[in-house]
Design a protein around this ligand. Structure first.
Ligand code: NAP
Ligand code: COA
Length: 262
C-alpha cells in the first residue's frame, strides 16, 4: 500500500458492517491503514475476531463485534460498543449481503425474505441505528450496492429488488441528511476477483473468465480497487459528493446486460 495514504484519516473513526471477509474487509483494512479507528461487524464471532486481528496485525486499530444486521436492537447495541471503544463515528460503511442463484419460481418466502432482510432491512438497521452516533456535521456513509441494482439479472430477483431498493434509500438519505451535514454514497462493484460473491455467481473457471471478458476493461476488478474508491468517498476529497451511486466495475454498467452462472 502506498505510504501517501497513511494518516489521511488520522483521528477519525469508522464502522463497517459485513466486514469479516471479502470487499468489506478490504475496505475496513484500508480505512484502518489510513489511520481510522475501526469497528467491524458480522454474524460469526470467530470470523469477525479473526478479521479484526488481521487488521491489528497490520498496525491498525480495530475491534470486531458479532451481530446479525437483521437484528434491529442488536445493531443498536453494536453501535454502543463501537462508541464506547472509539467515540463518535465519522465513517459508516454498510455492506452486509447474502446471495445465491435461484429462479424466482424456485424461491421460497424465506429465501426471498432472507436476502431482503440482510441487504435492504439490514441497511435500514445500520443507518437508522447508526445515525445518532455519527459525528455531525461531517460524517460520511458508504453503502455497497451491486450491478443487480441497475439491470434485471435473471436468477437474482431477490438481490435485484434488495439492491435497487437500497440505492433509492441512499438517494433519499442524501436529500434528508445533507442539511444535517451527513453525506451518503453507494459503490457498485463489478465482478471482483477472489470474493464469495463471484464464487457464487460464476462457479466455474469458464464462467469467471466470461465475467471478466464481459466488462469493457476485459478483466475482474480487485478488492483493493473498490477499497480505493471507498477511501476517496470517506475522505474530505469527496466533501461535495453525496447521493452518488458510483460504479467501480470496469465499465460493466454501461452495457446493460445481466447474466449469472454462465
Ligand atoms: P462476502 O465476503 O461474503 O461478504 C459478506 C459479508 O457480510 C461477510 O463478512 C459476512 O460475514 C457478512 N454478512 C452476511 N450476512 C450478514 C448478516 N446477516 N449480518 C451481518 N453480517 C453479515 O462477499 P463479497 O463478495 O465480498 O461481497 C461484499 C459486498 O459487495 C456485498 O454487499 C455484495 O453484494 C457486494 N458486491 C460484491 C461483488 C463481487 O464481485 N464479489 C460484486 C458486486 C457487489 P458473516 O458470514 O460472518 O456474517
Ligand atoms: N436456492 C433457493 N433457496 C435458497 C438457496 C438457494 N441456493 N439458499 C438458501 N435458500 C433459502 C433456504 O432454503 C431458506 O428458505 P426455506 O426456509 O424456505 O428453506 C432461506 O433461503 C434462508 O436460508 P438459511 O440458510 O436459513 O438463511 P441464512 O440466514 O442462514 O443465510 C443466505 C442467508 C441464504 C443468504 C446465505 O447464503 C448466507 O449467509 N450468505 C452470506 C454470504 C454471501 O452470500 N456472500 C455473498 C455476498 S454477495
Amino acid at each position: 500500500m502506498a505510504t501517501f495514504r497513511d494518516n489521511l484519516l488520522a483521528g477519525k473513526t469508522a464502522f463497517v458492517a459485513g466486514a469479516s471477509s471479502g470487499i468489506n474487509l478490504q475496505i475496513a483494512t484500508r480505512l484502518a491503514q489510513a489511520g481510522a479507528a475501526v469497528t467491524i461487524l458480522s454474524r460469526s464471532p470467530d470470523k469477525i475476531e479473526a478479521a479484526a486481528q488481521s487488521i491489528r496485525d497490520r498496525g491498525g486499530k480495530c475491534i470486531g463485534v458479532a451481530q446479525d444486521v437483521r437484528d434491529h436492537d442488536g445493531v443498536g447495541a453494536a453501535f454502543a460498543k463501537s462508541v464506547e471503544a472509539h467515540g463518535e463515528i465519522d465513517i459508516l460503511v454498510s455492506g452486509a449481503a447474502g446471495n445465491f442463484v435461484a429462479p424466482f419460481n424456485g424461491l421460497s418466502y424465506n429465501g426471498f425474505r432472507a436476502v431482503i432482510d440482510i441487504d435492504l432491512i439490514g441497511l435500514f438497521n445500520v443507518m437508522r441505528q447508526g445515525f445518532p452516533h455519527l459525528r455531525k456535521p461531517g460524517a460520511t456513509c458508504i453503502t455497497i450496492s451491486a450491478p443487480q441494482a441497475l439491470h434485471p439479472y435473471p436468477l437474482q430477483s431477490h438481490v435485484n429488488a434488495a439492491k435497487a431498493g437500497a440505492d433509492m434509500l441512499v438517494k433519499t438519505l442524501a436529500v434528508e441528511w445533507g442539511p444535517l451535514g451527513v453525506r451518503i454514497n453507494a459503490i457498485i462493484p463489478g465482478p471482483i476477483a477472489d470474493t464469495e460473491g463471484m464464487a457464487r455467481l460464476a462457479p466455474t473457471p469458464e464462467a469467471m473468465e466470461k465475467s471478466a471478458r464481459g466488462t469493457p476493461l476485459q478483466r475482474l476488478g480487485t478488492k483493493d480497487e473498490v477499497a480505493d474508491l471507498a477511501l476517496f468517498l470517506a475522505s474530505d476529497a469527496a466533501a461535495y459528493v453525496t447521493g452518488a451511486i458510483m460504479p467501480c466495475d470496469g465499465g460493466l454498467s454501461l452495457l446493460g446486460v445481466g447474466r449469472v452462472g454462465v
